[in-house]
Structures are given as C-alpha cells and as structure tokens.
Design a protein around this ligand. Sequence first.
Ligand SMILES: [Zn+2]
Length: 200
Amino acid sequence: MVLSKEEKKAYGKKYYQVNKEELKEYSKKYREEHKEEVKVKLKKWREEHKEENKKYYKKYNQEHQEEIKEYGKKYRQEHQEELKEREKIIRKIYFKTEKGKQLQRRTTHTRRAKINQVIHIWTQEQYNDKLESCHGICKACNEWVGKNKLTLDHYYPMSKAKAGRTYSIEDIGFVCRSCNSKKGSEIQKSLKITEVIHYE
Ligand SMILES: [Zn+2]
C-alpha cells in the first residue's frame, strides 16, 4: 500500500496521539542517555537557524506584546522581594567597580545638590588655594590625612540650609572623612572634594 503525503501525515499524527505518553517517555529517556550528543546537536541546530529563530522570536514578541507585558507585570508582582534582593546584590557588585563608583558619586551629589539647592559661589582658584592652605590636615581633629582624603565641610550644614542659601569660600573648610561623618549630617557624608559644583 502506498500512502500519499497527506495520509502519511495523518497517520503519523494519529500514531503520535495514541502513543503520546510512551513516545514522551522514550524521548525523555533518550535525551537523558545522550545528554552530550543532544546538547551538541541542539547547539548546531540553533547556529544553523539563527536568523530564522531571531525572526520567529521577533514576530512572536510583536504578536504577543500585551501578553508578555501582562506576564512581566505579574511576575514582578509575585517576585517583588526576590527581585529587590537581586537588585541589591547587583548594585552592590556594580558600585564596587570604578564605573559604578563614579556613577554613585555623581548621582549622589546631584541629588543632594538638588534637594538643598544651595549655591556654591567660589572660583576653582579660590577652592584650590583653600585646599592647599590646609596642607592635608583635617580642620577638626588636626590629623594629617593628605590632600586627597580631605572632604569638603560646610560650616553650616547643607542639610539644614534653606534652598538658595549661598556658600562662599569662607563658609567651607576641609576635614577628614571620619570627622565629616561624625558631624552626623547625612548630606555631608563622604562628599568628596572632587564633586564640588562651583559657579564662577
Ligand atoms: Zn578629622
């Protein structure tokens, strides 16, 4: 008996339906016993169908936009705590890198400056002179820490300053980090001297 293409297809389908569980079990077993082989084959297949797959996923994403959005929303809601934890870890790692450190300093300072909207009215020259005149010594504890480890200290804390308060060069000094944080003001903490916004 010669079967036509359609008939073969229908036959195959029916065969599959009838023996579904058995076939599933068989292929599962096969995959387990030929793990490496299957892996290599799958990899090869993916590489050979890269463009096709890309197109397929793109199309799929376009056609299921709403569904995907909904799913993402639901997933985020259900895994809130987990995601928060993960973000914390990522941030922790990222902020240890040079790039991350830079970003953190920048955003922190911008945020602080924005909250307070205080105005620094000194020139870079004035600032440099003042820093030089400290000779790397902390104004508060008189300990030498070196020029690069001195942090900017606003005599009148920025945290208490009203928006628009101006700070001239007379209103600032340089203290070591530990003195700066002892001062207790959140705003002052680790505000590095390189982050100063100044208006000429
Ligand atoms: Zn000090």
